[in-house]
Design a protein around this ligand. Structure first.
Ligand code: LLP
Length: 432
């Protein structure tokens, strides 16, 4: 077993994902290939719903952050599991609606929603808007008024917390482009502005402190800050804030060095902080939303590549070049993110060399990973990069006009196509 119960080794000695032989998957569907284990996604969704049931007595709901991996099949799965959905763009909203996701269970996020996107969401009957700034607040109010509607909203708040994670994915500190700052009084002004408007209904507050976080403490601190603010709003405006969205951010295990807190323990400890603080402040416990993304799909997936060449540079390094790269996984190039890489036909074989896994794009920074221990491998062999379910497909590009890989969903050893591989025709479809 590697990292999570999704990955195992079969009687042929091959790596498996969700009970499917990775060598067979590569043969049947081609490479590069994203593979996701449906049971793993479903069991994590259930864990979130069960924890909310247990710790908030059912007064809450998990929303899947679809930026992590948005496609129709994943929308259908999380919908069946009873979760709501967080979308951040017209494209994610369109995908969800095409999948038949109930619009009233969709929360529309985003730091710079266009008027066109707001209109699209209002027309579709989206249930909730997370408002990032005053321009958006007034645009939404005006558009809702024109339609004779009232839009339920929450305000995105920067609680002023440093979440101890990569600075590119830290979002709760004052120097952040997201939301209203508490320290400056901007957040309270936004609350007053929202209360004064006729066609928005201020239901809640939202915060998201960052992603791939391994400590409980910053989440507890954020929960305290946010409940304190709810009490302050009550005192200064008389308005009761009924909902609190705590965002996403729980870390996952990309390598054996990562030690995430079990999600259920995160949930328990954060709920205790909220209950205690609300009691101390004499306010009602708000309805709680969580917005997990990475923790739902990250460990459920892997990417399969075929090795094209192996280049030994004496006294320098060995490059193992694969048929994908930063086009299907830009995370090493962007953040230096670590992954576990295995030879899919012999995942248990002892390592005999340390290599760099290089992508096929025309730039030196196109690396999937460095310092990777591997057994001897050769052109034609299949490599597996584990835990690529989150922010890989969703951040993929067509750089160098490389078509995006296919996505296969597996369940109890049975694979099925979830997203077709892009073709060359797809690449020129919009060219005029
Ligand atoms: N809610 C909001 C408002 C968010 O901005 C995010 C992630 C989430 C929820 C979900 O967070 P999660 O549970 O996945 O940590 N591309 C980066 C990650 C960017 C995270 C963006 N926001 C990466 O590849 O690591």
């Amino acid at each position: 077993m590697f990292l999570s119960d999704t990955f195992s080794v079969n009687e042929r000695g091959h790596l498996t994902v969700g009970g499917c032989d990775t060598i067979d998957l590569a043969g049947e569907f081609g490479t590069p290939l994203y593979v996701l284990d449906e049971n793993k996604i479903r069991s994590t969704c259930r864990m979130y719903q069960d924890s909310i049931q247990q710790y908030y007595h059912g007064k809450g709901c998990a929303l899947y952050a679809s930026k992590t991996f948005s496609c129709k099949e994943i929308c259908r799965i999380v919908q069946q599991e009873g979760l709501g959905l967080d979308v951040v763009s017209g494209g994610e909203l369109y995908t969800a609606l095409e999948a038949g996701f109930p619009p009233e269970r969709i929360h529309f996020h985003g730091s710079n929603k266009t008027a066109h996107e707001i209109q699209f969401a209002l027309d579709a009957g989206v249930g909730h808007f997370v408002v990032d700034n005053l321009t958006e607040l007034h645009t939404l109010d005006a558009m809702a008024r024109q339609m004779g509607k009232t839009a339920d909203i929450s305000l995105r708040i920067k609680p002023g917390i440093d979440a101890h994670t990569h600075e590119a994915v830290m979002t709760g500190q004052i120097d952040s482009k997201f939301g209203f700052a508490l320290e400056t009084g901007e957040a309270l002004e936004a609350v007053r502005a929202a209360i004064a408007l006729q066609n928005v209904c201020l239901k809640g507050l939202h915060n998201h402190i960052g992603s791939q976080i391994f400590d409980v403490a910053p989440f507890q601190e954020a929960a305290r800050v946010m409940t304190n603010f709810i009490a302050q709003i009550k005192k200064e405006t008389g308005t009761a804030i009924e909902e609190l969205n705590l965002g996403g951010g729980f870390g996952i295990k990309y390598t054996e060095n990562d030690q995430p807190v079990p999600y259920d323990a995160y949930m328990r400890e954060i709920s205790q902080t909220i209950f205690q603080n609300c009691e101390d402040l004499g306010i009602e416990i708000p309805y709680i939303y969580m917005e997990p993304g990475r923790s739902i799909v990250g460990e459920a997936g892997l990417t399969l590549y075929q090795i094209g060449s192996v280049k030994h540079i004496p006294n320098v390094r060995t490059y193992v070049s694969v048929d994908g790269g930063m086009t299907d996984n830009p995370r090493y190039a962007l953040y230096g993110s670590e992954y576990t890489v295995l030879a899919a036909a012999q995942p248990d074989a002892p390592a005999t060399q340390t290599v760099t896994i290089a992508g096929r794009c025309c730039e030196s920074g196109d690396l999937i990973q460095e310092h990777i221990p591997l057994p001897q491998v050769q052109p034609g062999d299949i490599l597996a990069v584990l835990c690529t379910g989150a922010y890989n497909y969703s951040m993929a590009s067509n750089y160098n006009r490389v078509p995006r890989p296919a996505v296969v969903m597996v369940r109890d050893g049975v694979p099925r196509l979830a997203i077709r591989r892009e073709s060359y025709e797809d690449l020129v479809r919009n060219d005029v």
